[in-house]
Ligand binder design. Structure first.
Ligand code: ADP
Ligand code: MG
Length: 262
């Protein structure tokens, strides 16, 4: 493991790691929405895109690639997106189409380089979009960030073998000594816009043993907004209700991890 250089993180008060058992469940969306919610509550916020497999944080926030700068002392200056400091590997690549083909250890190293070389400044909260799964790579990243991590949020979809995923996440976090703050069930249902009937597209789920922080419906308009890179505008101007849901989650997390800042 690379030498832990944590100087740039010294003023980051609370890191919240966003995890999932697999890709495609909405982990990046939840990370972005949570950061936006913390910002709405007046906190200073950062997002670290640590999912190098498919970095989509900049994309969702409508940021072009290759736009993170370097300062005179060689450190990386995170991008400011609506008051949120964003660092992503994607922002160091020349274009969105640049493939990232590194294998495991190199990828992990790249993420640790990114986080330690970025001048984060003072942040009440940093949301980390972790890679999907709970393997070696995750362990290295989690161990590196550990001194600042106040807890993890698990993103699930109902069909996602919920009990199994929760158990694996719990085991993983126990190994690193990080608390599981709760789960966000994404794509929990679809509400028919015509008749209001709720359809549980991915079926029912039972989640004993874990606090459900929120249930987020499937929303075609949301998917489109994400694809257009307009998640901030969508949440703030078109779907205040969804933003409020994330604000409630952000409040719950803040009261659990940082009682003094609430
Ligand atoms: N609640 C939702 N309603 C509709 N589409 C969603 C929802 N959550 C996520 N999506 C869409 O699903 C896809 C996967 O989401 P993403 O956040 O990229 O997943 P992950 O980071 O877990 O791979 C994206 O195209 C996103 O727009
Ligand atoms: Mg993602």
């Amino acid at each position: 493991m690379m030498r832990a250089d944590l100087r740039n993180l010294k003023d980051v008060r609370n890191i919240v790691a966003v995890m999932s058992g697999k890709g495609g469940v909405g982990k990046s969306f939840v990370s972005a929405a949570l950061a936006i919610a913390f910002r709405e509550l007046g906190y200073s916020v950062a997002i670290l895109d640590a999912d190098i497999h498919g970095p989509s944080i900049p994309w969702m926030l409508g940021v072009e690639s290759g736009s993170m700068g370097a300062s005179i002392d060689g450190s990386i200056v995170p991008l400011d997106v609506d008051g949120i400091a964003v660092a992503s590997f994607e922002l160091l690549l020349p274009s969105r189409e640049s493939p990232i083909v590194w294998r495991g250890p190199l990828k992990t190293r790249a993420i640790l380089e990114l986080v330690s070389k970025t001048s984060w400044g003072y942040r009440d909260f940093m949301v980390v979009d972790m890679p999907p799964g709970t393997g070696d790579e995750h362990l290295t990243i989690a161990q590196f960030l550990k001194p600042f991590v106040k807890g993890a949020v698990l993103v699930l979809t109902p069909g996602d073998l919920v009990l199994h995923v929760v158990r694996k996440a719990r085991e993983f976090l126990k190994g690193v000594g990080i608390d599981l703050l709760g789960a966000i069930v994404n794509m929990a249902y679809f509400r028919c816009p015509v008749c209001g009937t709720i359809h549980k597209i991915f079926g029912e789920y039972s989640a004993e043993d874990i606090q459900i922080l929120a249930e987020i419906p499937i929303k075609p308009e949301l998917a489109q907004a994400i694809n257009r890179g307009e998640i901030i505008k969508y949440l703030k101007s078109f779907d205040r209700e969804l933003l409020e849901t994330f604000i409630e989650v952000a409040k719950k997390i803040a009261s659990k991890v940082a009682p003094s800042t609430t």
